[in-house]
Ligand binder design. Structure first.
Ligand SMILES: NC(=O)c1ccc[n+]([C@@H]2O[C@H](COP(=O)([O-])OP(=O)(O)OC[C@H]3O[C@@H](n4cnc5c(N)ncnc54)[C@H](OP(=O)(O)O)[C@@H]3O)[C@@H](O)[C@H]2O)c1
Length: 316
């Protein structure tokens, strides 16, 4: 099978031929139809989790994907050949990922069936970004008319978070450049903050001098200065980081709830999000559909930023 791998940490991705894996007990083989790309994929390939879990090289890149069950191993009762499934397929200790023609999943893993009416490409674009957004908005404890800033709203996580927060009744402030502002408003943003015009925190502080209720920060890296975001919150507010940039203990002294989100899709969450997307209640913008051969160049380009939607690898 064709797959995109890295031969070691921080190596350039390569398109290679690998043996198609055989499902063992509790595993099933998925013929991938589409794989969704996320910044997390190259952060992991660079070694972000090297101290957290063992990795096997060559490591097939990628987590998100969608496909058809090809074959089941002993003891698999929840899935059968022909099922359309999607979810997260990254298994670092085994070297498995989603940027491949086939991958092995566990029946108790982060996988759910795809409902009628949802394409493989859209399903593959959902898991990491939309589950993170869903869990982050739940953690924000939003209420009707609460003011919620999404810093980094123009990317994959942010676009889903705008929709979940707007549906919860919050007034959503979303960062974005003028070229994408209309689209972000259409998703549910009340105000689009052009972060290239002046620092986001200065613009928001000027508009809401009494403080806002919650911030989802998708930009500040671990160890970065998240102080400007903290300064926007009223006492009792919530700060959520997707990059482990908050220190909940330090924030507690200022009566602010700090949350570091690590997405953890359950089959139930994946099923709910797929239903939303199939009904058009969750919109996901696919910027580009590429082939496996395009991945090395696309990863190099994606490292420079400027995501305005999802990139999906089409494998069929
Ligand atoms: N903990 C978890 O479970 C988890 C899960 C998913 C994602 N993440 C992390 O969360 C972050 C966001 O993920 P994503 O998939 O949404 O990334 P993405 O698709 O690359 O989106 C990031 C967006 O932020 C914009 N941006 C860059 N600098 C900005 C600034 N200073 N102010 C406002 N916006 C700015 C980018 O636009 P330009 O590049 O055009 O400036 C881009 O549209 C990443 O760091 C990712 O690794 C963590």
């Amino acid at each position: 099978m064709k797959a995109v791998v890295v031969p070691g940490f921080a190596a350039r991705p390569e398109l290679v031929d690998l043996p198609t894996p055989e499902p063992g007990p509790g595993e099933f083989l998925v013929r991938m139809q589409a794989a969704g790309m996320n910044p997390f994929d190259w952060k992991v390939a660079d070694g972000a989790l090297r101290d957290v879990t063992p990795h096997t090289f060559p490591l097939v890149m990628g987590s998100d994907g969608a496909g058809v069950v090809e074959k089941t191993g002993p003891g698999v009762t929840r899935f059968q050949p022909g099922d359309r499934v999607y979810g997260q397929f990254m298994r670092l200790p085994q070297g498995f990922g989603s940027y491949a023609e086939f991958t092995l999943a566990e029946q108790d893993g982060k996988v759910a069936r795809i409902p009628e009416g949802l394409s493989f490409a859209l399903a593959a674009a959902l898991p990491t970004a939309s589950v993170t957004a869903y869990q982050a908005v739940a953690a924000a404890r939003l209420f009707q008319t609460g003011v919620f800033l999404i810093n980094g709203a123009s990317g994959g996580v942010g676009q889903s978070a705008i929709q979940f927060a707007a549906r919860a009744g919050a007034r959503v402030l979303a960062t974005g450049t003028p070229d994408i502002a209309g689209y972000l408003r259409d998703l549910g943003a009340h105000t689009v903050v052009d972060f290239t015009r002046a620092p986001t925190h200065e613009q928001v502080a000027a508009a809401y001098p009494g403080g806002i209720d919650a911030v989802l920060d998708l930009i500040t890296p671990a160890g970065g200065d998240i102080g400007p975001m903290v300064g926007l919150l009223r006492p009792g507010g919530t700060l959520i980081s997707t990059n482990y940039a908050t220190d909940p203990d330090a924030l507690a002294a200022s009566l602010i709830l700090g949350v570091n989100i690590s997405n953890d899709p359950t089959t139930e969450t994946l099923t709910a999000l797929a239903e939303f997307a199939a009904k058009g209640d969750l919109r996901v913008r696919i910027d580009a559909e590429i082939s496996l051969a395009d991945v090395p160049a696309t990863v190099a380009k994606a490292r420079t930023g400027h995501a305005t939607g999802k990139t999906v690898i089409v494998l069929r």
